[in-house]
Design a protein around this ligand. Structure first.
Ligand code: FES
Ligand SMILES: [Fe+2]
Length: 458
């Protein structure tokens, strides 16, 4: 049963017509209000986090029937689960009686959820199962309106689960479009093309969610914002080529590049900076505790084959950014969760390899242990720099009289930004072309009037 939410009551109090979007988002700059205005944030929760495909979680987080995790879809609390028949669903974590959340744990396994308030219980399909002392009610509880609301469209791409409330949105595959190529390449370097999600670094910043998405493809800030990390990565190295040292000097002459791939998605490809050979990635991995011990042990056991295995513990030099809330970077899945106009969760999920076919010759545990060490590095030594920037931008944007944020690096220089026959735009790594493109997609979505719907079991 699909309920289309087209009544004025179901829409945000503010109308999209209140804003002059062409004034707020121009060719080379955006107005500070897009980061600071609570009304724009409220509209984003339906026009963006509602109307487009939003990342919710990974299939390996709910591997068995009845497994669930609790996540957010914009501001909506969601129970993402695999029901007792194996179907993946995104239930609104909201009791149909008086509205409280039904599930307050991060994860678990449940065939049904009992509301903590008055004890109504719901099957993991969302269907109402039982109500305490039903003889106190005159209504028919078979009415579908008492079943939990759920997101009508939930789909996965190779294990990554996305959802949208918009019945008119394109298919997930169409929405992702050419960004599936780097996603495939990221997965296909893992044994059997698969990862499993492990624990996460959970971070938060006092700033607008778009500041994180703006930065996710930004190659301009690296040597300035992450100077201490770049120095640390090379302090003990004989040859100063570890980690992100390819940013030093003139990053625009390095072979890396950025690409804009439509629908707000963009990709920074740093792989061309790395020597293409087995062990090439491991050779530039930054220092982490115990790495020499593991490398020696694996080389002793596997000889020349160890190099390829060690590459799996190394960070993949890519930033694959799927609008609006998902990034693959290094070996992490990074998720942005807006909480308020000036508050955002940034969660870095680590990933492990799952060597189901034994391609790693029994080294899977060592590789995952080492991979966990290498994955501790950026969220602890790099992301903190970024979050400090985001918070300081939000503070700077409080200057109401100084209105504009510029994103024109690379604009107007003949031959610098290129568009290929399929519409993919490429530019040097420090260009802001990806920001200009995605924010114009954002503007298009903010101007539109999407249809949103929820579904309930019949
Ligand atoms: S609010 Fe859930 S049973 Fe009352
Ligand atoms: Fe950064």
């Amino acid at each position: 049963m699909l309920e289309r939410l087209t009544t004025p009551q179901a829409r945000p109090a503010r109308s999209t017509d209140l804003y002059d979007w062409d004034e707020l988002v121009q060719e080379d700059r955006v107005h500070r209000l897009i980061y600071t205005d609570p009304g724009i944030f409220e509209l984003e929760m339906t026009h963006i986090f509602g109307a487009v495909w939003v990342y919710l979680g990974h299939e390996s987080q709910i591997p068995k029937n009845d497994d669930y995790i609790t996540v957010r879809f914009g501001l909506r609390p969601i129970i993402l689960l695999r029901d007792s028949n194996g179907k993946i669903r995104a239930l609104f974590n909201r009791c149909t009686h008086r509205g409280t959340t039904l599930c307050r744990k991060d994860r678990g396994s449940a065939r049904f959820f009992q509301c903590p308030y008055h004890g109504w219980s719901f099957l993991n399909t969302g269907k109402l199962r039982a109500v305490p002392w039903p003889d106190g009610y005159a209504c028919d509880f078979k009415d579908a309106k008492f079943n939990v609301a759920q997101v009508p469209r939930v789909d996965s791409y190779r294990g990554f689960i996305f959802a949208t409330l918009n019945p008119d949105a394109p298919s997930l595959l169409e929405y992702l479009g050419p960004i599936t190529t780097p996603i495939d390449e990221w997965l296909d370097r893992q044994p059997a093309g698969k990862v499993t999600v492990c624990e996460a670094n959970r971070l938060k910043f006092k700033g607008n969610w778009k500041l994180a998405y703006d930065n996710s493809g930004d190659g301009y800030h690296v040597v300035f914002s992450h100077r201490s990390l770049l120095e640390m990565e090379n302090r003990q190295a004989d040859v100063a080529n570890k980690g992100m040292s390819y940013y030093k000097g003139s990053p625009d002459t390095a072979p890396m590049y950025m690409a804009y791939m439509g629908h707000g998605h963009h990709f920074k490809d740093k792989r061309p900076n790395i020597e293409k050979r087995a062990g090439g990635l491991w050779a530039v991995e930054g220092p982490c505790p115990g790495m020499e011990h593991y490398a020696e042990e694996l080389r002793r056991r596997f000889g020349a084959k160890a190099e390829k295995i060690l590459d799996l513990a190394s960070s993949e030099p890519v930033n694959i950014n799927v609008f609006p809330n998902f990034s693959l970077l290094g070996n992490h899945i990074q998720v942005f969760e807006p909480l308020a106009v000036d508050e955002t969760n940034v969660t870095w999920y680590g990933t492990a390899v799952a060597d189901e076919r034994g391609a790693l010759g029994g080294a899977v545990d060592e590789i995952n242990a080492l991979r966990m060490r290498t994955q501790e590095q950026f969220p602890n030594f790099g992301e903190v720099d970024d979050l400090a920037n985001f918070e300081e931008i939000q503070r700077g944007l409080a200057c109401q009289e100084d209105e504009w944020v510029y994103m024109h690096r690379g604009l107007g220089i003949p031959g610098r930004v290129k568009t290929d026959a399929s519409g993919i735009i490429t530019a040097p790594a420090t260009d802001e072309a990806f920001m200009r493109e995605y924010i114009h997609e954002w503007k298009r979505l903010m101007k539109a009037t999407p249809t949103l719907a929820v579904q309930r079991e019949p």
